[in-house]
Design a protein around this ligand. Structure first.
Ligand code: SF4
Length: 267
């Protein structure tokens, strides 16, 4: 009898574990020293000051996700020259999560700063929707890139049309397409320099910074989203999955850029 009961217990435990949802990504703990983190922060401040000193109209394209909130915080709590010299904007694609849009209000409340929003051309969106439907980006890489072109790339081009340099929150560790990301590169298409001040930062360093400085973040991070884009093209990721696995998850790893950073891709 006891054998039967113990077998039932084993079967029940197995069924319970099969029904349990998989553990989702959580922000990693930083295990390095505070001195090392402070050094990284000093370097970041120097990088931003260097950019603000060299350019008059530098622009930071923020996705409002974790890395970009590190940069936003460093800019908005930076020197007057950095704050005035590097303007922060975001691409309001029309397909963002409510949680992402809420970050705009959080930034306003925390820093008294209004992040400029660039929206897609209404006619281009309407034509795409008429021709292909609301969620055609699931059908092919081409249709996905066309949607990103309308909702992200064209507004980005407009946002940068008067900029003399631009910044991103990209890190090398984020994706195979970003493995050789430099701190400074030349954006050949736009003819201006592009800076990636967090290129050499690790994910734990990003999260240590955010916690240390009480930076407002997107609520989706606490729901298993390390990387956040448009709502229909982003899902939560499981613990141990690639941090960008939730972006355009139906595509292969090699095509996962939206056109904003095409030159990172090694052909
Ligand atoms: S991420 Fe998705 S919804 Fe957003 S612009 Fe690209 S294809 Fe369109």
């Amino acid at each position: 009898m006891s054998t039967v009961l113990s077998e039932i217990a084993v079967v029940d435990a197995g069924a319970a574990s099969a029904m349990r949802p998989p553990a989702l990504w959580v922000a990693p703990e930083y295990t390095g020293s505070i001195a090392a983190l402070e050094q990284k922060e000093r370097e970041l401040g120097e990088r931003l000051a260097g950019i603000a000193g060299r350019f008059f109209r530098a622009r930071f394209a923020s996705s409002l996700a974790a890395e970009d909130m590190v940069l936003t915080d460093a800019i908005l709590r930076g020197t007057e020259a950095v704050r005035a010299g590097i303007r922060v904007f975001t691409l309001q694609t029309g397909r963002l999560h409510a949680e992402t849009l809420a970050v705009l209000d959080k930034v306003q409340a925390h820093y008294g700063y209004s992040i400029e929003q660039f929206t897609p051309d209404a006619e281009a969106v309407e034509n795409y929707l008429k021709k292909h439907g609301l969620n055609a980006f699931y059908d092919s890489v081409e249709l996905r890139k066309e949607c990103c072109g309308i909702r992200k790339v064209e507004p980005l081009n407009r946002a940068l049309s008067h900029a003399d340099a631009w910044l991103t929150g990209q890190r090398r560790e984020q994706a195979v397409t970003r493995a050789e990301l430099p701190f400074e590169e030349q954006d050949e298409a736009r003819g201006i320099p592009k800076f990636n001040p967090l290129a050499d930062w690790s994910e734990p360093e990003v999260w240590a910074y955010l916690k240390r400085h009480n930076v407002p973040v997107n609520d989706l991070h606490a729901k298993g989203y390390p990387s956040i884009g448009c709502e229909p093209c982003t899902r939560a990721v499981r613990a141990g999955e690639d941090v960008r696995a939730g972006r355009w998850w139906w595509e292969s790893k090699d095509s996962k850029e939206c056109g904003l950073h095409e030159q990172n891709i090694k052909h």
